[in-house]
Design a protein around this ligand. Structure first.
Ligand SMILES: O=C(O)c1ccccc1NCC(=O)[C@H](O)[C@H](O)COP(=O)(O)O
Length: 198
């Protein structure tokens, strides 16, 4: 079970996520209470070992802006939310970045349909922490995909059982307030996701 922790902004929480066994860590580089600058993302990404994927999270920015911010931060993946056309992913190909397409359940759920490497199936309002009908997507996405949207340490096992994803992604569910992560919740989420996958 692949586990991604998203929206980190403090060094201690990055270190906790790595120690807990996260596979990927996301830094929000778009409008959000979790937004960090590319410079701050670079400082945080420097704490992450190579086996953990560092991801820049965007929504609506054009590919040139995504490219500039991601390379300035030294991140290894880009995650595009919203209605980015196929051409945006094509424009980001060839940079050596892992491409992640984040959509809601109404979108095309074939991983690779937009030349992406990984799909995230999320709530309609990303980063809102709002749960949705995870079971409704069971069996629909193809390829590598993460379930996201309203997950937390208490419900992630139920969500995995309902949707059977390749991995899970969390932000609000490991926070005590919007944008304020909690180390105990990060550890508990990773443990619960791993436990559920056994
Ligand atoms: O976190 C945000 O505020 C955000 C803003 C704009 C686009 C994406 C954003 N977050 C993405 C994520 O944190 C996760 O991929 C996912 O949506 C999980 O959200 P949550 O329900 O808060 O766990």
């Amino acid at each position: 079970m692949h586990v991604k922790i998203c929206g980190l902004s403090e060094p201690g929480h990055v270190e906790t996520a790595v120690e807990a066994g996260a596979d990927a860590i996301g830094f929000v580089l778009t409008r959000s209470p979790r937004r960090v600058t590319p410079e701050r993302a670079a400082e945080l990404a420097a704490l992450v070992p190579d086996h953990v994927l560092t991801v820049g999270v965007f929504r609506g920015e054009d590919p040139a802006e995504v490219r500039a911010a991601t390379l300035a931060a030294g991140l290894r993946a880009v995650q595009l939310h919203g209605h980015h056309p196929h051409a945006d992913f094509t424009a980001l190909k060839g940079l050596g970045l892992t491409l992640v397409r984040a959509v809601d359940a109404e979108a095309d759920l074939r991983c690779g349909a937009y030349d992406e490497d990984l799909l995230i199936v999320d709530a309609p309002r990303p980063g809102s922490g709002e749960p949705w009908d995870w079971a409704a997507v069971r069996g629909r996405p193809s390829g590598r995909w993460l379930l996201a949207g309203g997950l937390d340490p208490a419900n992630v096992a139920t969500a995995i059982e309902a949707a059977r994803p390749w991995g899970v992604d969390v932000s609000s569910g490991v926070e005590v307030a919007p944008g304020v992560k909690d180390s105990g919740l990060i550890r508990a989420f990773v443990a619960a996701a791993r436990g559920a996958a056994r």
